[in-house]
Design a protein around this ligand. Structure first.
Ligand SMILES: C[S@@+](CC[C@H](N)C(=O)[O-])C[C@H]1O[C@@H](n2cnc3c(N)ncnc32)[C@H](O)[C@@H]1O
Length: 187
């Protein structure tokens, strides 16, 4: 921890990994996620797989009343630190997001870790670090999706690789160059 915030340093590596606020300012990325989530002031949104908060904090900046939940105790301190530095009013919690799903959210946003792709380049540094430290997820993406659809008031949004098959047939899709948002109505 220093004046720039919390950093993670892998044993044996000199350069620490830091979360910067830069990913929050990418207009192209915002468009798809904003449309998929129907982001606007007042929307109560749960980011159930918060990771480094790039998606959840983007949605908070677009006006959503966002709650971000991350289950990895190693990733969480960096997320919490970034959320504080971003001066957005997002709430962040450490734990399994399934325990928050019944708390009356309009939108539940899911971005479970993509399965490794044999032919594709490694993901960006931030996601590589997250993959290294996050450990096994407490629930499968299918289970998260089913539970989220039981509790969300308006919709559930699941982020997927652009060309991957949907986990379950979605009601509609927002397609980007590398990722796609599958949107589901509540059950
Ligand atoms: C692909 S990352 C999310 C990246 C994130 N959207 C971002 O913008 O940085 C998936 C994260 O979800 C977390 N996760 C998976 N299942 C979870 C659960 N049931 N509750 C809370 N966090 C979960 C993992 O630990 C991992 O950090």
């Amino acid at each position: 921890m220093d004046e720039r915030g919390i950093a993670l340093r892998k044993a044996g590596e000199a350069k620490p990994f830091r979360l910067e606020a830069a990913p929050l300012k990418q207009p192209a990325r915002e468009l798809g996620i904003a449309r998929a989530c129907g982001a606007q002031p007042g929307v109560r949104l749960l980011d159930a797989t918060a990771g480094w908060g790039a998606d959840g904090l983007t949605l908070a900046r677009l006006g959503c009343a966002a709650t971000l939940v991350e289950c990895s105790p190693r990733a969480f301190p960096l997320l919490e630190d970034l959320a504080q530095r971003s001066s957005l009013s997002a709430r962040v919690h450490l734990g399994d997001a399934r325990t928050h799903m019944a708390d009356g959210f309009d939108v539940i946003y899911l971005d479970p870790m993509f399965e490794p792709h044999p032919k594709r380049a490694l993901p960006g540094k931030a996601l590589q670090v997250l993959r290294d430290i996050a450990g096994e997820a407490p629930a499968t993406p299918i289970d998260l999706l089913a539970l989220a659809r039981r509790h969300a008031r308006s919709r559930v949004v699941l982020k997927r690789r652009a060309r991957s098959r949907p986990l379950v047939a979605p009601h509609w899709q927002i397609k980007g160059r590398t990722v796609r948002f599958d949107v589901y109505l509540p059950t």
